[in-house]
Design a protein around this ligand. Structure first.
Ligand code: SF4
Length: 215
């Protein structure tokens, strides 16, 4: 079936926004999210201390890709940008403990799980864009350096060339300073801290998250 594409309107279909937001929430669930909610853009907590955790202890992705700190959007910039938006769709996807831990034995499953989160973000963002909410944008989970370019020697975008996955890859929520743990907890959903050395038997559940800021 041909993709539905709407004529651009000056009001960005504001009168239909709530209906569309619910459609995007349901789409995220249909695409495999465990939970999804419509939230106010003003309720997205952005905190410099989140990106500090990319640096201390240092994440493998820190400085290694164009969508990771310190190369991506800064928390202060995002905070300012979000003042211009009203609503977003936030979702989580639960992942088995043995997949979420950093274990070489489950690397394929882990990469696939992160790619599924990006796919939900990409598809919902594209739907909103074609519905006339043309400023919609999204964030995924984890570093794209691992999720998309793990087998490559470098991040091509860092060399001034085109990102290999320019339409699929996004900064993660945490890379831009969004306090994902707090967002999940506020909604009453479950999330637990997972350390780099944690073993599956010590993990209650794995949770990945994504966000699409709609309008
Ligand atoms: S080239 Fe790869 S690592 Fe670099 S921004 Fe694109 S997806 Fe991320």
């Amino acid at each position: 079936m041909a993709k539905k594409i709407e004529k651009i309107r000056v009001d960005m279909n504001a009168g239909r926004l709530q209906e569309d937001l619910e459609k995007y929430r349901l789409k995220a669930l249909e695409l495999g999210a465990t939970q999804a909610a419509v939230i106010r853009a003003g309720d997205i907590p952005v905190d410099e201390r989140v990106t500090l955790k990319c640096q201390i202890p240092r994440c493998f992705g820190y400085g290694a890709g164009a969508h990771c700190p310190p190369n991506t959007l800064k928390p202060g910039e995002l905070r300012e940008l979000l003042k211009k938006f009203q609503f977003a769709v936030f979702f989580i996807k639960e992942v088995p403990p043995e997949v979420i831990v950093r274990d070489k034995a489950t690397i394929k499953e882990r990469v696939a799980a992160y790619q599924e989160v990006f796919k939900i973000v990409n598809d919902v963002e594209s739907l909103a864009f074609h519905d006339g909410h043309y400023l919609a944008f999204g964030f995924g989970a984890g570093s794209c350096r691992h999720t998309f370019c793990g087998q490559m020697e470098n991040c091509q975008a860092m060399e001034g060339k085109k990102c290999r996955f320019s339409l699929r890859s996004r900064p993660s929520m945490e890379a831009v300073g969004i306090d994902v743990y707090q967002m999940v907890a506020r909604l009453g959903w479950d999330i637990y801290p997972i350390g780099s050395d944690d073993k599956p038997e010590n993990i209650v559940k794995g949770t990945l998250a994504g966000l699409i800021v709609v309008q």
